[in-house]
Design a protein around this ligand. Structure first.
Ligand SMILES: Nc1ncnc2c1ncn2[C@@H]1O[C@H](COP(=O)(O)OP(=O)(O)O)[C@@H](O)[C@H]1O
Ligand SMILES: [Mg+2]
Length: 263
């Protein structure tokens, strides 16, 4: 039998009760798969249901119809094998860097064991913050704080990493730097990644495949296989095919512009 994909959104419908009475149809007949250790970006206009996808996959919410499967089993509730990184790192400013990284253990089990701390320190080394373990969060730059968020998401060594526009609050230079850092981390610790973004170049630089969603109700409009060899570098972005692909994706989206538009 074929191994099931790491992630399968199976014919998903998502309807929310609207504030003024009319229901909001957020996702419609949405169906796609992600293979194990594949890096897939989801690109789409604001409000098309990208963050909803992430909540469905983390088990925080069940779909109105259809189901989300992880390695062939339907998601029925919150799970530990999925790490999440949000746009804002949601760190606790009164705790040190290492205490933020191990916070999920304290939250879940009420305590942090020496082993948890050891693993936390390893993750900080992985994101190159090994020397900052005892610093306070407000002593770190935005990019460094996002690294702490990544270390925390990787603490339990999840097979799946979900990222919801994780670099979009950073300045352009930190954003590029963090993209390459993420690729390095993904090489050192292979994961199945679902990366949500509204930046076309970011999606092209990072991904094996790009899923383009329509406007709300979000459904798969396009699927793009990214042909560039790995490891991706600054040269990848300088490749004329990179600009060509970015332009062609942008043209296809033109009638429904992607939010931000800076891409
Ligand atoms: N809990 C909710 N209740 C009502 N409407 C919601 C809820 N969550 C999301 N929505 C609506 O569903 C649509 C998709 O939301 P979201 O997934 O956050 O979009 P995106 O991340 O692509 O910008 C939006 O119109 C949003 O207002
Ligand atoms: Mg969102």
């Amino acid at each position: 039998m074929r191994t099931p994909p790491a992630i399968h959104f199976k014919d998903i419908e998502q309807v929310f009760p609207g504030k003024s009475g009319a229901p909001i149809h957020a996702l419609h007949a949405l169906d796609f798969r992600i293979e194990r250790h594949e890096f897939v970006s989801v690109l789409g206009p604001s409000g098309c249901g990208k963050s909803t996808l992430l909540r469905l996959l983390s088990g925080l919410m069940l779909p109105s119809d259809g189901q989300v499967e992880v390695f062939g089993s339907p998601i029925k509730g919150p799970r530990d094998d999925v790490g999440i990184v949000f746009q804002r790192p949601t760190l606790l400013p009164w705790l040190s860097v290492i205490d933020n990284v191990t916070f999920p253990m304290r939250h879940k089990y009420g305590r942090v064991t020496p082993d948890d701390r050891k693993r936390g320190l390893e993750m900080l080394d992985l994101v190159r913050l090994g020397d900052f373990a005892d610093k306070r969060i407000d002593e770190l730059s935005g990019g460094m704080q996002q690294r702490v968020g990544i270390a925390r998401a990787l603490l339990l060594d999840p097979d799946i990493l979900l990222m919801d526009e994780p670099f979009s609050a950073l300045d352009a230079l930190s954003r590029d730097e963090m993209s390459f850092e993420l690729l390095r981390i993904w090489r050192e610790r292979p994961k199945t990644v679902l990366f949500i973004t509204h930046s076309i170049p970011e999606a092209l630089l990072l991904s094996d495949r790009i899923i383009v969603l329509s406007e709300r109700p979000g459904t798969v409009r396009d699927e793009i296989i990214v042909p560039f060899a790995r490891p991706r570098t600054l040269e990848t972005m300088a490749d004329p095919r990179f600009t060509e692909m970015a332009n062609s994706i942008r043209r296809r989206l033109f009638s429904h512009p992607v939010d931000g538009g800076e891409a």
